[in-house]
Each structure stands twice: as structure tokens, then as C-alpha cells.
Ligand binder design. Structure first.
Ligand SMILES: Nc1ncnc2c1ncn2[C@@H]1O[C@H](COP(=O)(O)OP(=O)(O)O)[C@@H](O)[C@H]1O
Ligand SMILES: [Mg+2]
Length: 458
């Protein structure tokens, strides 16, 4: 296996010919060969091969060959060769996304900026493009992809099915529909690596880790679809619970329940743009209130031991750990945002009055000189948790957003794992660099999955 960067040029000949500069032909041991298979994505096209006398790594492709291989553009890209009878250009990597609102300059709505940034940063490493489910032609096995030129303008090209798909389909609802699962299955059947798999439900993640002692240490006790009796038992045991919809997000539908043996039951939740605090003397009245608000919807709730989080000015703080698999297939912490809850709010979401800060700012207040050590330990746990989730999940994961709490003893707890984490923490001025690093990890991991690797790494 050999892997090099080469510069691809286009010529006008109608035949299928590929010319290689002499150093490249020599390196690939193609000297004296008459033909070679040229590959891009899932396609292979036989071509006549010739050598030209030129220094450096250059590939010239005739118009005839370019049309059949569907090379999207000229310029620098990887060339890999496992055998003396083939050369593979690429990798060809597709970012799968979609949007309800779009325009010619923003074909992916609000996600356009993120997609553009990825394509821009990846342009010297691979053929990166974006596509929606509608851009795939399964009969022809092609994709009508969106590419970015060097001036940042979109252009479209039909290309073969890619080497890797990075899934950023936006909505949980779209992803649980049959068409999207069928699409995902089709990529997998063709052995095209596809990450991330989909959204997680909270109870799925808790169940996934149920037999993983290492991870269990960091999960608050959780019960899926608890009976009222079970909730009451948990309240008596912990005095403090979170009750949340398993498929929820953004803090919607979450209740914070507390029990004081003398004063009764308290419940806090968000209603409209305000926070509500109610008190009940009877447990049954509390349950009646919850049932009147959600009815049978409560069957998709999970109840969880509440964690006494560190606080600043009496407002709890938790953390988003943005995790990636890197170019060597290892989990790393790409960025950490600390989130301080709005006053009286049940969650730390910025939308509910929360504010974003750096982990150092958040931890120094509580732990002083120990802050570094606490952060180091939390990072170690986040990597372990990511490994555990991956170990117990049957599909490819490359990115995770962990909602992590740290209690006053410095213990680390995970509230949920998001398979398609949002990127809002990277808007903080102090986290811009981490945001960029996060994109580099995505690109490097795509390269890893594409198998465009040197022999010693494969
Ligand atoms: N068991 C818990 N103990 C303490 N705080 C919690 C607990 N569960 C959730 N929270 C708080 O509520 C927030 C939202 O909970 P999470 O499980 O992430 O739901 P969502 O999907 O709505 O984001 C967390 O970020 C955390 O601040
Ligand atoms: Mg969350």
C-alpha cells in the first residue's frame, strides 16, 4: 500500500488515458505497464497509462477518463495504491444533511455555514462534498453532490457513492422514519462506513451501559418508565430526582422533584418563558399533576437520581464535553463548555436563561488549586464513557456530546450522551480554537474510515 498527495490536472483527449509524472510512476511501480484501473469512491474504470517526464507527483486525466471516473475537480488530493494494477484517488467523502429552508447560496439552511467550513478545511485532503437524501441515485449508484470551489461558491457534480458518509441529518423525527433507516442500511450493506448512526434516547444509553461497571460508576441511578410507586421509593432514597422524557432535548418536559420528610414534595419545571415551583403535601397529588400535563406520555419518561452540582451564585453548573474519534481511531476531548443555569431554572440550557463559560472559570471558584486535577479526571472519565458507549453499541460512532455533571466532591456524572451534538459551545470566544480542532477531528476520522492510510497504520 502506498499513499501520496498528488496534483490532478485535466486534458482534452476523448480517450481514457492517465499520465503520471515519472517519479510518481516509479513510486507506484507502474513503469512499463500499459493499463491501470482508476478508482474513485465505489467506481473503477480501466484506462491506458502513460508516463510523462515531469518532476513532482502529477496526474493528468483525459476528458474521456474524467467523465467515466467522475473526478469532481482538479488540484491536490490523495492517491493510494494497494496493487500495481490500480490507483485510487480521493477519498471521496459525503456529508449527509438536509434542511427545510434553503436557498441557492444556503442549500442547507442554518447548517450551511458548518458544512462550508468543513468542506473548506478538507479541500486539500480529500474530495469532500455535501448531499441530501434526495441527491442519491441508487439505480446508477451516484450522488448529485454539492462541492465548494476555492472562492467559496457552490457547484454541483455527479460522483460515485462515497468512501465514507458523515451523517449530520438534523431531525430526530426524520431519522426514525423508515426512509432514512432504509438509506442508512443501504450504505452499510455496501460496506460504506456511515457515522454517526442516529440520535440516542436517554434510556437507550442507560441500558447500553447497564452491564459496564466502569461506566455505571458515573451514571446516576435511572429507571425507565417508572411506576408511581418506584418514583416514590426513589424520592425516599435520594430526596432529589430528575424526571425527563427519554427522547427529549433542550430541557423540554423536564421536572426536578424534591422531597422533604416534613415539608412534602416540591416540583420545579419550565413553563413558557418562566420557571414554576409547586409544593404538594401528598405524593398522589404530585403524580396527578404530572399525569394531567402529560397523560400516557409519561410512559416514555425516565426518572433519575439528582446530582448536587457545583454552583456559582446558587446556580448549578454542568458541562458539555464534545468528543471525537481522531485520525488514529481514538476518543479525544475536542472542547468543553461549562453552562451555568439561569436563576430558578431546572436545566442549564442557554435558551432557558443559562450562560456559557470556560471549564476553568467554572471549576476555579469551587475547587481552587484542585481545579486542574478535577478537570483532568473529568476528561479521563469522558474518554472512558465514550469508549464504553461505543463498545456496547453495534454501529459506528465518531462524535458524541456528553452532558456531564461534577458534584461538590469532584465526582463525575453523565446525564446523557448526544450522538449528533450541537455546536453552540464553540460560539464562546474562548472556545473558537476548540471548534476548529473539532472540525479537524471530523476530517481526520473520515480519512481514517476511508482506509486511505499508509501500510503501517492499516
Ligand atoms: N440527574 C440529574 N441531576 C442533576 N441535574 C440534572 C440531572 N439530569 C439532568 N440534569 C440537568 O438538566 C439538564 C438537561 O438534562 P439532559 O438529560 O441533558 O436533557 P436534555 O435532553 O433536555 O438536554 C442537564 O444538562 C443538567 O443540567
Ligand atoms: Mg442535554
Amino acid at each position: 500500500m502506498s499513499l501520496t498527495i498528488c496534483n490532478v490536472h485535466f486534458t482534452q483527449q476523448p480517450e481514457r488515458i492517465v499520465w503520471l509524472s515519472s517519479p510518481l510512476a516509479k513510486q507506484l511501480k507502474l513503469n512499463g505497464r500499459k493499463s491501470v484501473n482508476v478508482k474513485l469512491g465505489r467506481d473503477t474504470v480501466p484506462a491506458t497509462v502513460r508516463t510523462i517526464n515531469r518532476a513532482g507527483n502529477h496526474v493528468y486525466m483525459s476528458a474521456g477518463l474524467r467523465r467515466s471516473v467522475r473526478i469532481p475537480m482538479s488540484g491536490n488530493v490523495h492517491l493510494s495504491s494497494a496493487d500495481t494494477d490500480e490507483i485510487k484517488l480521493g477519498p471521496l467523502i459525503g456529508i449527509l444533511t438536509d434542511s427545510a429552508t434553503k436557498s441557492p447560496t444556503s442549500p442547507f439552511g442554518t447548517r450551511t455555514g458548518f458544512v462550508k467550513q468543513l468542506l473548506y478545511m478538507g479541500r486539500k485532503k480529500a474530495y469532500f462534498f455535501a448531499f441530501t437524501p434526495r441527491d442519491i441515485n441508487w439505480q446508477q449508484e451516484t450522488v448529485h453532490g454539492w462541492f465548494l470551489d476555492s472562492g467559496g461558491t457552490w457547484f454541483r457534480r455527479v460522483v460515485p457513492l462515497p468512501d465514507v458518509v458523515y451523517n449530520r441529518l438534523p431531525s430526530r423525527r426524520a431519522e426514525t422514519g423508515t426512509t432514512i433507516s432504509a438509506l442508512r442500511e443501504r450504505f452499510i450493506r455496501k460496506q460504506i462506513p456511515y457515522f454517526n448512526w442516529s440520535f440516542f434516547n436517554k434510556s437507550d444509553v442507560y441500558k447500553l451501559l447497564d452491564n459496564d461497571p466502569e461506566a455505571l460508576n458515573h451514571l446516576p441511578e435511572s429507571v425507565n418508565n417508572p411506576t408511581p410507586e418506584r418514583i416514590r421509593e426513589m424520592l425516599e432514597k435520594h430526596h432529589f430526582l430528575y424526571y425527563k422524557p427519554t427522547a427529549g432535548s433542550l430541557g423540554i418536559g423536564i421536572y426536578r422533584l424534591t422531597y422533604h420528610p416534613r415539608r412534602g414534595y416540591f416540583v420545579r419545571y419550565r413553563r413558557g418563558s418562566g420557571n414554576v415551583l409547586l409544593r404538594f403535601t401528598q405524593f398522589s397529588s404530585l403524580m396527578k399533576m404530572l399525569r394531567s400535563r402529560h397523560g400516557s406520555g409519561l410512559s416514555s419518561y425516565v426518572v433519575q437520581q439528582g446530582i448536587r452540582l457545583i454552583e456559582i451564585d446558587n446556580c448549578p453548573i454542568d458541562f458539555r464535553f464534545h468528543m471525537h474519534k481522531n485520525g488514529s481511531n481514538e476518543w479525544v476531548v475536542a472542547g468543553i463548555g461549562a453552562k451555568k443555569a439561569g436563576r430558578g431554572s431546572v436545566t442549564t440550557h442557554v435558551k432557558n436563561g443559562g450562560s456559557l463559560m470556560t471549564p476553568e472559570q467554572a471549576l476555579n471558584r469551587t475547587f481552587g488549586s484542585k481545579a486542574d486535577e478535577v478537570l483532568r479526571e473529568a476528561k479521563r472519565v469522558a474518554v472512558k464513557l465514550s469508549e464504553a458507549i461505543e463498545r456496547n453499541h453495534k454501529h459506528t460512532l465518531g462524535e458524541l456530546g456528553l452532558d456531564i455533571g461534577i458534584d461538590r466532591d469532584g465526582e463525575v456524572w453523565m446525564f446523557e450522551a448526544n450522538a449528533k451534538p450541537g455546536r453552540s459551545i464553540f460560539k464562546h470566544p474562548a472556545l473558537k480554537e476548540q471548534g476548529k480542532a473539532s472540525l479537524e477531528y471530523i476530517l481526520d476520522h473520515c480519512l481514517y474510515l476511508s482506509k486511505f492510510r499508509k501500510k503501517e497504520e492499516s
